[in-house]
Design a protein around this ligand. Structure first.
Ligand code: CDP
Ligand code: CDP
Length: 224
């Protein structure tokens, strides 16, 4: 269509946000923005500089001049940190926890949200994260809150890790990582993980990817 549309997809780790958001963006021919990658990039920079990912003062300073760029190539989002492609480097368990830590710091969020809003003001987007419907894009035309039982979410992540076959990680370790982030992300005071009042909640525990995609596309069709 000719009208700009913003679709917000929020929810906890392993609910299926990025999988579903990517498919929706392709079907609708609009941009996909993975906002989690931005918090991951901040965490990676802190880790590289030996800064504690919970150090408010140092993180506030670190994001003042951080250079994060989102680049689209062959239908893929690539993220550049200070001129370097870090798209793969940010997908480690250490960076996951670090991202959840830096994401509690208001100055970090303010800086990332600025970039997210700029992209959404210039393009139709499907954006996934924790606070997109509740804080970043309160006027998004469609807001979805994806959820699933924590053990099911951990199982999905565990299967992904096994498929990558890089490092051995146990189901219990994945579960612990997810439980830590669920708690950290939901309990922070600034823009926590929460379902926006006007978001549609979809419990994907017993749903296939196709079923979730079709459910969301149904809501997109209703719009306008
Ligand atoms: O982005 P988020 O952390 O919410 O989840 P993800 O990275 O998309 O990972 C979800 C995993 O569960 C992927 O491997 C999907 O193939 C799988 N899955 C899903 O996303 N949705 C379902 N209804 C069932 C499985
Ligand atoms: O893909 P997964 O669900 O494992 O995590 P992610 O979306 O890459 O996000 C990593 C971390 O960044 C989350 O645990 C949140 O703490 C934080 N985050 C956030 O606070 N707000 C967002 N809009 C996106 C991510």
């Amino acid at each position: 269509g000719d009208r700009k549309i913003s679709i917000a997809i929020d929810g906890p780790a392993g609910a299926g946000k990025s999988t579903i958001a990517k498919i929706i963006s392709k079907k609708l021919g609009i941009l996909y923005l993975d906002t989690g990658a931005m918090y991951r990039a901040v965490a990676l920079k802190a880790i590289n500089e030996n800064i504690d990912t919970l150090d408010k003062e140092k993180l506030s300073k670190l994001v003042e001049n951080i250079d994060i760029e989102i680049v689209y190539a062959n239908d893929e989002q690539k993220i550049f940190l200070d001129g370097k492609d870090v798209s793969s480097l940010i997908r480690t368990p250490e960076v996951s926890i670090g991202a959840s830590n830096v994401a509690t710091i208001p100055d970090v969020r303010i800086k990332m949200v600025e970039l997210q809003r700029k992209i959404a003001s210039e393009n139709s987007v499907v954006m996934d994260g924790r606070d997109i419907g509740s804080y970043v894009l309160p006027d998004a035309e469609v807001k979805i809150f994806l959820n699933a039982d924590v053990r099911e979410r951990a199982k999905r992540r565990y299967l992904e890790e096994k498929a990558k076959n890089t490092k051995d990680i146990t189901f219990e370790e994945v579960l612990k990582d997810i439980e830590y982030r669920d708690k950290n992300d939901s309990s922070r005071s600034f823009a926590p993980l929460t379902k926006a009042l006007d978001a549609i909640e979809v419990d994907t525990t017993n749903m296939s990817v196709d079923e979730v995609v079709n459910t969301i596309l149904g809501h997109v069709k209703n719009y306008g």
